[in-house]
Design a protein around this ligand. Structure first.
Ligand code: COA
Length: 276
């Protein structure tokens, strides 16, 4: 994918803002968020952290947005934290240094908690925080030759703020080998580890991303948002303790207008209203 010219623009009546480090556009309910520092392989600095936080906290949440796509311009998805910025942050007074790290952690959280489904198009390299971004999206799609790695130890640091997101995906055992060795691994290994969901040949990457976006678009918007919250709520429950939560969940949801429309449309052999 080539460098993306142009920043956020007014899409319909919705002002999606102006960005220095991202290209953001909205088309038919798809919010495309492109990391746009290709010269440094989309390494993220404080500007990227701030701009991604604005996009995911303020723009992606709006009703017009059905699906969010996170991708990178140029050769790589993301080479992780910008190491020039990281070294600058280390020179700050302790409290400012801590606050800037917290802003970075909250940026990952805003992606993971985005009420809209977030698809990641992961190509080229996803190293350090790039693997962290991969872990924060809902559905990550990559290619066999994409290079992943929790490479922080090679730089004398650790994958601290991304660790909860990555460990939720790959588990404690795999975290041991990948965090401790900092070794790089390819797309197939990333899929085996559970960091990404699909690995497809490079020529098919965009088609697979489009296919998944199509699946998300053809589903009830409120149902998709509810499914995302359901996963977060039930993830830590036991089979027994989940029952009051899940029973109430479906009891509430099947009484909503969207659910009634979806089920009735099936029975009447027509497309539901949200697809028209
Ligand atoms: N922070 C700051 N700058 C970075 C960067 C990072 N994380 N990753 C790459 N860059 C810069 C390089 O310094 C280089 O700058 P220059 O053109 O001024 O020399 C430019 O981006 C291109 O990188 P280069 O290494 O020449 O490109 P490449 O295509 O051969 O390799 C990578 C790309 C991503 C494999 C390689 O840059 C790399 O391994 N980066 C470090 C990734 C990492 O460990 N990140 C963890 C951060 S916590």
């Amino acid at each position: 994918m080539a460098a993306v010219a142009g920043q956020g623009y007014l899409a319909g009546r919705m002002d999606i803002g102006d960005y220095q480090t991202l290209a953001v556009d909205l088309e038919d309910g798809l919010l495309r968020v492109t990391l746009n520092r290709p010269k440094v392989r989309n390494a993220f600095n404080g500007d990227v952290v701030r701009e991604l936080s604005v996009v995911f906290n303020e723009v992606a949440v709006r009703e017009e947005v059905r699906v969010v796509l996170l991708q990178g311009a140029g050769k790589s998805f993301s080479a992780g934290a910008d190491l020039s910025w990281m070294t600058e942050q280390a020179e700050l007074p302790a409290e400012e240094n801590r606050r800037s790290a917290e802003e970075m952690a909250n940026m990952f959280l805003s992606i993971a908690r985005c009420p809209k489904p977030v698809v990641g198009r992961i190509h080229g390299h996803a190293l350090g925080g790039g693997s962290g971004l991969t872990a924060a999206v809902d559905i990550a799609i990559t290619t066999p030759n994409t290079q992943f790695g929790l490479t922080e130890v090679k730089l004398g640091i650790v994958p601290a703020v991304i660790s909860p997101f990555v460990m939720q995906r790959i588990g404690v055992s795999r975290a041991r080998v990948l965090f401790l060795t900092g070794e790089r691994f390819d797309g197939r290994e990333a899929e085996r580890a559970g960091l990404v969901h699909r690995t497809v040949p490079e020529a098919l990457l965009d088609a697979e991303v489009e296919r998944v976006i199509g699946e998300l678009r053809s589903s009830g918007p409120a149902a998709v948002a509810s499914a995302k919250r359901l996963i977060e709520s039930v993830g830590n429950e036991t089979l027994e303790s989940a029952i009051p939560v899940t029973a109430q969940w479906i009891a509430d949801l099947r009484a909503t207008p969207e659910a009634k429309e979806g089920m009735t449309a099936f029975l009447e052999k027509r497309r539901p209203g949200w697809m028209s």
